[in-house]
Ligand binder design. Structure first.
Ligand SMILES: C[S@@+](CC[C@H](N)C(=O)[O-])C[C@H]1O[C@@H](n2cnc3c(N)ncnc32)[C@H](O)[C@@H]1O
Length: 227
């Protein structure tokens, strides 16, 4: 658990796109347009893994979901609660302080949608296994797991594996913060979240501004379900 690094990001650095904006993730907007607005799924209960300042939880609440956001940084949870009040959706969102890399005491098969917007790359191997078990256990039979994470088979990630290697395969250390990030191949994600079935798994290229520079990065957008 890299709690200290995330506490610093929220208190002092504010380097990352998700820390700077209150707009929902584009990936979540895409999911709402393609799955909710087309009637393929109906809003119900949602779990936001690593909910940060709550931008995605709040967006889901506005679209009719009842949301639980799980986050390790208390300051972020407090801000997220205030933002939910301001947005008039506090009655639909609950933020919980907890490591998502441990078993979550939530009811089996209780979520229609579980989202992980750029959190799993911060987890170590054991935490990732617990995270996957949580997702598989907590998802309803017709539910979706929506995620956005770092793609390993890309030139930008490969350069980082060489110049600033991390402790496990396809991981690196961010020189500016000391944070360890793990990147994933498509096969790895399919394996980690098995027995979930892939509904969508796409590579996305994005220019990201962080640490006062713009980086061309590649990510994986995924939707998985129980089939
Ligand atoms: C890149 S931020 C994304 C925040 C949010 N998903 C968003 O898109 O706005 C990753 C978030 O995951 C949280 N996080 C990292 N490791 C965690 C863990 N083990 N348990 C719970 N939250 C964690 C961080 O504190 C941070 O808020």
């Amino acid at each position: 658990m890299q709690k200290n690094i995330w506490e610093r990001e929220y208190r002092e650095r504010k380097d990352l796109p998700s820390t700077r904006t209150r707009e929902p993730s584009r990936v979540l907007v895409w999911y709402i347009e393609n799955f909710v607005e087309t009637g393929k799924v109906t809003p119900g209960s949602a779990l936001d893994i690593g909910s940060g300042f709550g931008r995605n939880s709040i967006h889901l609440a506005k679209r009719g979901y009842d949301v639980v956001g799980v986050e390790i940084v208390r300051d972020a949870i407090e801000t997220a609660g205030k933002e939910a009040e301001k947005a008039g959706v506090a009655h639909r969102v609950r933020f919980v302080e907890k490591n998502v890399g441990e078993p979550l005491s939530l009811e089996d098969a209780s979520f229609d949608l579980i989202i992980d917007m750029m959190t799993m790359h911060s987890l170590n191997r054991e935490e990732r296994a617990a995270h996957a078990q949580n997702v598989v256990r907590l998802l309803k039979p017709n539910g979706h797991f929506l995620f956005y994470t770092i793609f390993a088979d890309s030139p930008d990630a490969k350069e980082l594996f060489n110049t600033s290697p991390g402790p496990e395969l396809n991981s690196y250390i961010i020189p500016q913060t000391g944070a360890v990030e793990k990147a994933f191949t498509k096969d790895e994600l399919t394996h980690i979240f098995s027995p979930l079935i892939v509904v969508e798994l796409e590579i996305k290229s994005e220019s990201i501004r962080a640490f006062d520079k713009v980086y061309d990065r590649q990510f994986l957008l995924g939707v998985m379900g129980k089939g």
